[in-house]
Design a binder for this molecule. Structure first.
Ligand code: PGA
Length: 250
């Protein structure tokens, strides 16, 4: 049995005072939780705060993006080694907002994935189709392309130290969740695609679902065979909602 993982993606939300209440509330709410790993991915300026408040708790922390460069003259960018210094365990890569709004290509995402692994971070690789792509019947083609670029560059074994998050773009922040069957079908597709290269890696791979996960629908989604937890946006900003989702995995 794979362990469940629930990761909060705060996106560009947060202020010091609010964060403190949220982080303390989450840490307290999952203190006794044993069957699920929990983490929050916060904006860069709050990594030190997350580190200070979550150290020694059941909640890990991470970032939402990073540069693929190790260091250098890249104004405004943040390197993997910097995230490591602030105790990050995870980094979200290739989120649809990065791909869509900031034009990150599959290749860029794959380079970031490589750099994250080299620095000792666990990348959370986001994949997922837009509504137009789903309606055109090319969901699997899109997800395969996004996944393959990373696997071709880093090798299938790299997935042993990574997480994949399936996030249909049409379900992110829209309140329109993929049905458990719709999500399960794509999760199974991802696992089978990895299994063609390495059955053992596929079996152990943690595949999260993201897109309007709420306390009310988390348990049903997480009960599906190939759904190993969630990547949570909006609901990760409310301590009791996020805690309820963390506790929804059996
Ligand atoms: P949502 O966001 O839960 O608000 O839909 C998920 C995400 O973007 O990771």
């Amino acid at each position: 049995m794979r362990r469940k993982l629930v990761v909060g993606n705060w996106k560009m939300f947060g202020r010091l005072a609010r964060n403190q209440a949220l982080l303390e509330g989450v840490a307290a709410g999952v203190r006794d939780l044993r069957n699920t790993d929990c983490a929050v991915c916060v904006p860069y300026p709050y990594l030190a705060q997350a580190q200070a408040l979550l150290q020694g708790s059941n909640v890990a922390w991470g970032a939402q993006n990073m540069s693929h460069h190790e260091e250098g003259a890249y104004t405004g960018e943040v390197a993997a080694g910097m995230l490591v210094e602030f105790g990050c365990k995870y980094v979200i890569l290739g989120h649809s907002e990065r791909r869509g709004l900031y034009h990150e290509s599959d290749e860029t995402v794959a380079m970031k994935f490589d750099a994250a692994l080299k620095a000792g971070l666990q990348p959370i690789l986001c994949v997922g189709e837009t509504l137009a792509e789903r309606e055109a019947g090319i969901t699997e083609e899109i997800v395969a392309r996004q996944l393959d670029e990373v696997v071709n560059r880093a090798g299938v074994k790299a997935l042993e130290k990574a997480v994949v998050a399936y996030e249909p773009v049409w379900a992110i922040g829209t309140g329109k969740t993929a049905s458990p069957d719709q999500a399960q079908a794509v999760h199974a597709f991802i696992r089978q695609r990895v299994a063609k290269l390495d059955g053992q890696v596929a079996q152990g791979l943690c595949i999260l679902y993201g897109g309007s996960v709420k306390a009310a629908n988390a348990a049903e989604l997480f009960s599906m065979a190939d759904i190993d937890g969630g990547l949570i946006g909006g609901a990760s900003l409310v301590a009791e909602d996020f805690v309820a989702i963390c506790r929804a995995g059996k």
